[in-house]
Design a protein around this ligand. Structure first.
Ligand code: COA
Length: 163
């Protein structure tokens, strides 16, 4: 069974990530979307919130499963028995970081391969940070994130204003 892991912080998931998942889900039998639980990295959404948004956004993708993980990515891949890591590339600027990460992972686990999928041109400019910034200042993120994420961002920033 061709099983792949698509890891990330997903704080929050964007249409850019969904695009990569949809395109990947057609050539793998199972895609495990893995949310890094990294307590030392400041995030807007808790890991539970990020997993919940991803589950909602992928509920029409039957071969996609959403999990969180802590520790090394290659250990998580072994735990779920996946031999492929999927990463999206938006622009040349992503390449150096991604290439180093792929090399580090290969050094740790030679049997786990990284596959890069190029972003669609519509999503090249999207990042989780830009989404958070736009939403924080009241801009529209409608075409950039799934509906459930838009609602969560609205709630998050409304609650902050009320505090
Ligand atoms: N569309 C839109 N945005 C995208 C994107 C796409 N296709 N692909 C990446 N991004 C954005 C993300 O939104 C995020 O934006 P931000 O910086 O504004 O928040 C940024 O690119 C990178 O995020 P992400 O893909 O989530 O990667 P990451 O660097 O946060 O996480 C892990 C990378 C989780 C895969 C990596 O840290 C990891 O494996 N950690 C575990 C520890 C480990 O194994 N280390 C050894 C290997 S180095």
């Amino acid at each position: 069974m061709l099983k792949a892991v698509y890891p990330g912080s997903f704080d929050p998931v964007t249409n850019g990530h969904i695009d990569i998942m949809e395109r990947c889900a057609v050539f793998v039998e199972k895609l495990v979307v893995a949310v890094l639980d990294n307590p030392s990295k400041a995030s807007l959404f808790s890991v539970e919130e990020r997993v919940a948004m991803l589950k909602e956004a992928t509920r029409n993708m039957p071969n996609v499963e959403v999990r969180s993980f802590y520790g090394l990515l290659v250990d998580f891949c072994r735990q779920v028995d996946a031999g492929l890591v999927i990463r999206g590339l938006r622009a040349v600027t992503d390449f150096e970081y991604e290439f180093k990460m792929a090399l580090a992972n290969r050094k740790l686990a030679e049997d786990i391969e990284t596959v890069f999928i190029s972003s669609s041109s519509d999503n090249m400019f999207i990042s989780s940070s830009s989404i958070k910034e736009i939403a924080m200042f009241g801009g529209s993120v409608e075409d950039m994130v799934p509906e459930c994420v838009k609602n969560c961002l609205d709630r998050k920033f409304k609650n902050r204003e009320e505090k």
